[in-house]
Design a protein. Structure first.
Length: 454
């Protein structure tokens, strides 16, 4: 009875201190969309976050964020504190009333939408988890763009600066305009529309290569040290930003760089592996350096290209229920494999690295990874904004929890100063991976009775 009285007293104090109607009264200053956003965000946080959430901490954090928002605009006024009870609906109402109180102080200086966003930001911040955050419409759109790629008008050429000071074709988008026109990986672009590219930055070259779909651009190319007889004219098309780039390294080693784990990454990787296999790849180097992750299902899909069967990752939710995701039977034939990682290899990249390491189908090389062993779920809020909430943690196939610990490579190789990823001459980690694979191929050949040249 004493506990019940305390809870009732807290609810009463909340209403009294706010000097507003009781917590069950509907607020007057918020739209239906805004009250729904507050309610949804609160419900999702307290029910889906992978640890128990303290309701009072949520309300206190909302108060703090609203007060900071008002102070930032130099708006003066007292924003009373709210007290949480055991009833979730009353707590949601208390947040509504906090926003309405802030709205009265702000007047016309801050919209109710921005104050609602501030309140939701405060809710997410209450759990002190850097991955549990509010995403404004702009933030959410940028996140989707980063994961899923965007479309633009261009040629489908991936470029980098060359030692000769011209522009090097580091990759060509499969079946894109440049690919169809005959541009090849490692071609050197010496002129664009008749203008020398010597000394150009990649940004400047990219600006000339991109353009409206249907327009044309003419390239003068050097291939294998020889100027092509005539320039190649390309009609620009719609290009989708890729997340997987492949090239063949000396010794028939396929090099595959993944920039993110997006919706199309598994399909792109399948295409890249097919192309490399057709060119006779006898080993692979998968580059996950600086890859901050992405979708869980993409991590499973990518891992399954190298792991034929068995667990990829186990996901443990708040209720301690564990779901184990298995390889999906799409693996390529086993060949020597090295996965390059560094301190910025995180999340989905670590799921793939951990799965490959635990299953012993490849060698992890580089430096220790970031150590993000938790999973987030995104909940859209209807107006283009969303909340991203940590809903589970993941374990590697050997039940390792790598959160805040990272994955220690099988072979530790420091990154050289001024490294240019993908270029063995300027990438010490890649050069070490090539050496490692060549030695591994020699071992396998010796075991099979194969001698070089046969």
């Amino acid at each position: 009875m004493k506990r019940l009285s305390t809870l009732l007293l807290a609810a009463f104090l909340a209403a009294t201190m706010l000097q507003l109607p009781t917590a069950t009264a509907a607020p007057q200053g918020l739209t239906g969309t805004e009250t729904t956003q507050i309610s949804t965000s609160y419900t999702d946080l307290v029910s889906q976050y992978y640890k128990k959430v303290n309701a009072q901490a949520v309300l206190d954090s909302v108060h703090k964020e609203l007060a900071a928002t008002l102070a930032h605009r130099h708006l003066k006024g007292t924003l009373p504190r709210a007290f949480a009870g055991s009833n979730a609906t009353n707590n949601e109402r208390a947040i509504d009333l906090q926003v309405e109180a802030a709205q009265k102080i702000a007047g016309s200086h801050i919209s109710s939408t921005l104050l609602t966003y501030a309140a939701i930001h405060g809710m997410m911040d209450s759990v002190r988890d850097r991955y549990t955050v509010f995403l404004s419409p702009k933030d959410y759109a940028e996140l989707n763009g980063a994961l899923d790629g965007g479309d633009f008008g261009g040629t489908g050429i991936v470029i980098q600066a060359d030692d000769s000071k011209y522009i090097d074709v580091s990759n060509v988008v499969p079946d894109g305009p440049a690919d169809k026109a005959g541009v090849q990986q490692d071609d050197l672009i010496t002129r664009i529309d008749g203008v020398s590219t010597k000394g150009w930055s990649t940004d400047r070259a990219s600006a000339h290569l991109r353009g409206k779909k249907g327009t044309r651009v003419t390239l003068t190319l050097v291939r294998n040290g020889k100027l092509l007889p005539s320039p190649i004219t390309i009609t620009r098309g719609t290009i989708h930003q890729m997340s997987v780039y492949e090239r063949m390294l000396p010794g028939d080693i396929g090099y595959i760089a993944l920039t993110v784990f997006g919706k199309s990454t598994t399909d792109e990787l399948t295409t890249a592996l097919d192309r490399l296999q057709k060119r006779g790849a006898r080993a692979y180097i998968v580059d996950l350096r600086d890859n901050g992750g992405g979708y869980l299902d993409a991590a499973v899909g990518v891992s399954s290209k190298f792991i034929s069967s068995g667990p990829i990752v186990s996901v443990e939710s708040r209720a301690s229920s564990i779901t184990t995701l298995e390889a999906n039977d799409t693996a390529v034939a086993p060949v020597p494999l090295v996965v390059l990682v560094n301190a910025h290899t995180a999340s989905a990249s670590e799921i793939t690295s951990g799965a490959i390491q635990d299953s012993a189908v490849g060698t992890i090389m580089g430096t220790k990874t970031f150590g993000k062993g938790v999973v987030q779920t995104i909940y859209p809020l209807g107006d283009g904004s969303a909340v991203k909430i940590t809903t589970a943690r993941y374990l590697t196939p050997h039940n390792r929890d790598i959160n805040h610990l990272g994955i220690t490579p099988d072979v530790v190789v420091a990154e050289n100063k001024g490294a240019r990823y993908g270029d063995p001459k300027k990438d010490a980690q890649l050069a070490r991976a090539i050496s490692f694979i060549n030695a591994r191929i020699a071992q396998l050949n010796q075991a099979d009775g194969v001698t070089p040249g046969n």
